[in-house]
Design a protein around this ligand. Sequence first.
Ligand code: HEC
Length: 437
Amino acid sequence: MVRFLTFAFLLHPLAFSATPTFSKDVAPIFYKHCVSCHRPNDIAPMSLLDYKAARPWAKSIRQAVSSRKMPPWFADPKFGHFSNDPSLATTELQTITAWVDAGAPEGNPADLPARPKFVEGWQLGKPDIIVDIGEDHQIKLGEDAYEHFTVETNFKEGKWIRAAEIKPGNRQVVHHVHVLLVQDDLKLMEVASTTNSPALSKFLVREGKLTRIRADAPVVNDACVADVPDLPFLTGSQEGALASFLPGKPPDTFPAGTAKWIPPGSKLEFVVHYASTTGKAQTDRTSVGFYLASGPPEQVMRRMDLRNFFLSIPANDDNHMVRRCFDFQDDRLLLSFTPHMHYRAKDATYELTRPNGKKEILLLVPRYDFNWQLVYRLQNPVLVEKGSRLMVTVHYDNSSNNAANPDPKQVVRWGDKTEEEMMTSWIEYLDAPGPKR
Ligand code: HEC
């Protein structure tokens, strides 16, 4: 028995090199899970590519991985499996902590794996078509701004696209970007571009290019009640953006056999959030690249957006609930969820009720963090039957306990500014089962 235990111990990967080293054991983990952000000129504060750069951070790395703060991922592992879950395996976590506990030795540099290669510029390669915002936009110092740019595609024929990549013109100031399809056809505008929506506009206040809901607009925090008022976008869904750029999010590549349609004569609306700049004034010229599909797809890739514009969060409330439901009129295959709120959001739950009454949680984000606008891609698409109901429940902390809260004394309503709030979910889906259309 003793013999057997010794043998089993020797089989454990850490047992062979009792002390893990950076070169042999840790670098492969960093290359796989960390350096997409932790490299020079990307979003993370320090590079983890080299021993020299990583070594001073050893203690902080131990803390960040043990607490699962890094790599950033917020889905509760009890619900759903996601294909883009970057979390460390337990053995990888143990290797890192053992390395730090042993004094974070370098080991033999000859053991280093090949350095990962990074693509500069377009991540998906040269696009077939590039459309930009049409100007070198000046960003004023100290300004946190949402800008809308509407530009012509000049497409004489419609295009099927298999991918779309947004390239920020200036990574220092561009926080996130959405590209929406706008058509002069009112019906499409109504669904696609919220800020151009005639139905919503009487409830909106515009300040320059920023929009918010009027302080005296009706209040509906729970849009899942049976007698939900007839207000814009509290039921049904809105057509989602063509593409989005968010911190840490890869470009929008649609699954094999699917594509999105851009009708002829479409305009594109770029919605760009510029994070406040300090230091010197900056300019930006953000663009979107389209990658054409070889022909009509088997399935049209779709995205619906669910919003509750009529939320109202009381001052100092540390657990305010806002809800939005969607009743499925057709069978659909759900592919991904992206919750989007601002500084005061705490959590988000996506719960499906099947026509037979069976409930299941598709995604639970127990600790929402505005800095990370993550997409949760379902490992296996979820088939949802007609007659099912999806309920999205979000809680906000508008108290002083929330360190990110800009002002607990404010009653908070919907607005573009990060200091105001949103309640949005983007859901990618396919029609199911798939007749050609
Ligand atoms: C998607 C991008 C991304 C990935 C992947 C990522 N990080 Fe980070 N990391 C960041 C950013 C941005 C920050 C600074 C903001 C913050 O702390 O949230 C950060 C901060 C840190 C910090 C400082 C934390 C603190 O408390 O100050 C450590 C340590 C760290 N990361 C380690 C890692 C390690 C180790 C990995 C891989 C196992 C990793 N990160 C993966 C983006 C990333």
